[in-house]
Write a protein that binds this ligand. Structure first.
Ligand code: FPP
Length: 260
């Protein structure tokens, strides 16, 4: 059964999907392929990250306009420290630039910003910008952007387990009270609903230590398109693909109820 009639114009499809209440509330993106995009043009890898950063800005603006409530992007993993120090410096300069611009424009854009990851070793100026962004986010009501920096899914779960162990050792929680909600409350993403749709650009069929707890029932959309070339139109195609799926969460589908 078709869940909605496809139109020629993806924006019209998105309008139908919105009317039917089938927009994903939370989109997560693995923005992969910046390096390949640059190398295929004979450019340094950091030129790919710079284009990737511009594209992130475009896609985030579009998500906000479409009415997406949460956007979470994988910007730097706990494993990315293995890269050349010059590449790492270049990526952190882009974060600095992005955080400054976000703070300047946050009220006008009416978005919220959170950083997921271990920020303990970040330079002072970046920590100050993250703090300022958190303050400004208290005054805004629109889409929440979560940027994962120095983030690893396993690291996040270990961090939550340590917090539970400390609370148990101090008598603040008993072992019987440890449940999924207690773990979730200690993740970087506490208070944010799980992603409905996980998009990966760059074609690799893996999750690369991203949001391991949260993506348990996310719908996947993998495209060969490299991140700097991922367009608004392709975002709409991913949303259209999502809206046509039958999410079962381990239960029954719409057309497969058991006979009694
Ligand atoms: C993966 O591509 C991308 C990264 C490790 C960095 C992502 C960073 C940005 C998009 C720019 C800054 C972001 C923000 C939020 C301001 P890759 O280098 O692994 O690409 P490859 O697989 O082609 O080598």
């Amino acid at each position: 059964m078709k869940l909605f009639q496809r139109k020629k114009n993806p924006a019209a499809d998105i309008e139908d999907i919105r009317r039917q209440g089938r927009l994903p509330a939370h989109i997560a993106i693995i923005m992969d392929g910046n390096g390949r995009w640059a190398e295929s043009r004979g450019l340094p890898r950091n030129a790919g990250h710079a284009r990737g950063s511009e594209n992130f800005d475009r896609i985030a603006t579009l998500c906000s306009e479409l009415g997406i409530r949460y956007l979470t992007v994988y910007a730097f993993s706990t494993e990315n420290w293995k890269r050349d120090p010059e590449e790492v410096r270049g990526i952190f300069d882009l974060f600095r630039k992005y955080l400054k611009k976000s703070c300047d424009e946050m009220l006008a854009r009416n978005v919220k910003l959170r950083i997921f990851g271990d920020t303990s070793a970040f330079p002072e100026d970046i920590l100050a910008l993250i703090g300022r962004a958190a303050e400004l986010s208290e005054q805004t009501t629109g889409m929440q952007v979560n940027v994962c920096i120095n983030y690893g899914g396993r690291d996040e779960i270990v961090h939550a387990a340590k917090s539970l162990a400390c609370d148990a050792a101090a008598g603040r929680i008993s072992p019987e009270d440890v449940d999924a909600a207690a773990v979730e409350a200690r993740l970087y993403s506490a208070g944010v609903p799980d992603p409905d749709l996980l998009i990966r650009t760059g074609g690799d069929m893996r999750v690369s230590n991203f949001l391991l707890w949260q993506i348990a029932y996310s719908e996947l959309y993998v495209t060969d398109t490299l991140w700097p070339a991922f367009s608004g139109e392709e975002l709409c195609r991913a949303i259209i693909s999502f809206a046509g799926r039958d999410r079962r969460f381990g239960g029954y589908g719409k057309s497969s109820k058991p006979r009694r």
